[in-house]
Design a binder for this molecule. Sequence first.
Ligand code: GTP
Ligand code: MG
Length: 197
Amino acid sequence: MEIKTAEFVISNSEVSKCPNTNLPEYAFIGRSNVGKSSLINMLTGRKKLAKTSGKPGKTQLINHFLINKNWHLVDLPGYGYARVSKSTKKTFQKFITQYFEKRKQLVSAFVLVDIRHKPQPIDLEFMQWLGENMIPFSIIFTKADKLRPKAIENHINDYRTIMLEYWEEMPNYFITSSTKDMGKDELLNYIGDINKS
Ligand code: GTP
Ligand code: MG
């Protein structure tokens, strides 16, 4: 699928105020600074569509982008960014969980994880939570430009080993780099195929 048009629609903190349409929707979620907003810019070919930053915690609201006038991409705030007390650190920001629980238009989530790091409990717990709530998701490994192919393979194998302790199979996954446009066609074709079916 080719993205011909990409427009910012609305930012808000309340799920009830998200666009009231029946358009299919795909949401990007993951730890702060993992590269959610950068990936949206890479996919849409618009460098400044979603706001990015070297500092974690840049995206604070639910942001809807209308793609090709017939589906939405959603940029969400990161989880796990500790401007909260230790006791609440593990709980995901309330409106993130509300978004996933309430948003009927959501077709699939993409959980972004930084390919450079070993599997982190917060990401594994979030995927577990999605599974318990029957929310379909794929994993997106980000920042693949930072590792050599062999290291990428090793890190994905670490993930597979851990995921298979909880899941019957390794979830669908993509390897991406927003600086190198890596994974763009695979992701867009994946979304395009679901939208067609
Ligand atoms: P929050 O909105 O704070 O949750 O972060 P985010 O997940 O939206 O991350 P963002 O896209 O703002 O990127 C965070 C930092 O990582 C920025 O400095 C980006 O330039 C950098 N970054 C994102 N994707 C990539 C990538 O594929 N490769 C490299 N090398 N850097 C990346
Ligand atoms: Mg962001």
